[in-house]
Design a protein around this ligand. Structure first.
Ligand SMILES: N[C@@H](CCC(=O)N[C@@H](CS)C(=O)NCC(=O)O)C(=O)O
Length: 238
């Protein structure tokens, strides 16, 4: 089946904490924001079990009857199959910068974010509310198992081996990079949103609008340009 008009079905974690975006997954926000930037019809389905996805992670998308995982691979596949060209006019250096920034957020800041929301006690105080979407009978068990699995995962990925203070420093350095590169905006590469804005918004928005007592959260909220950026993209696409 290759019905280019059919809405794309997106499966991702549900929202929590009254966030103004549709999912508590930064990769989910990235993907949904990108679909909205391209005006591609889509339906968002709450699925809190990443094990159901083809890569064992949220989000995933049904594209032409096939379940595809990994936000970036999904975007690349949709572009290819729908003949969509994005980021036209950007220089090779800008495209390379976008890739470097995306990987910094997805492979580094994501670990800081997960640690400071779900492992650091000042985040977990409220982060556990994410699991309130689950049926009461399994809620406590799932949230304890999920937190313990995440702790092990972050140790294996690397960031979980550092102290809270070191992790905070790492997160603030990432925010320095984003703030410097964003400059006066309004978007990452100037007047119009580009693909990289979907990723930047995915991570900044879920730091700006989620509750954690982490100094990384306070640091982001003290940066006017980053807060305005979140509000601007929310107004435009949500
Ligand atoms: N590279 C993947 C990363 C997806 C990812 O890490 N998703 C997280 C949620 S934000 C997840 O499913 N975590 C649950 C787990 O690892 O069990 C993408 O771009 O989609």
């Amino acid at each position: 089946m290759n019905d280019t008009q059919a809405p794309l079905d997106v499966y991702t974690f549900g929202p929590a904490w009254d966030i103004p975006v549709l999912t508590a997954s930064p990769f989910g926000v990235k993907l949904i924001t990108w679909l909205r930037m391209q005006d591609l019809p889509h339906r968002v389905h709450v699925e809190n079990n990443p094990g159901k996805g083809p890569k064992g992670k949220c989000p995933w998308v049904m594209v032409d009857g096939q379940a595809l995982g990994d936000s970036e691979m999904v975007i690349e596949t949709i572009k290819q199959r729908r003949g969509i060209r994005t980021d036209t006019g950007l220089t090779p250096q800008q495209l390379a910068l976008a890739t470097a920034v995306r990987l910094m957020l997805e492979d580094h800041f994501h670990q800081v974010w997960e640690h400071e929301l779900f492992i650091f006690d000042g985040g977990w105080k409220r982060a556990y509310e994410f699991f309130d979407q689950l049926p009461p009978g399994v809620r406590v068990l799932v949230r304890n198992v999920a937190r313990s699995a995440l702790r092990k995962q972050l140790h294996a990925r690397g960031v979980g081996r550092h102290t809270h203070e070191q992790i905070v420093q790492m997160g603030i350095e990432d925010l320095d990079v984003i703030e410097t590169l964003l400059g006066d905006g309004p978007f990452f590469f100037g007047e119009e949103p580009r693909d990289i804005d979907a990723t930047v918004f995915g991570f900044l928005s879920l730091t700006y609008w989620t509750p954690s007592e982490s100094p990384v959260w306070a640091n982001l909220r003290s940066r006017r340009a980053l807060c305005d950026y979140c509000e601007r993209i929310r107004e435009r696409y949500y």
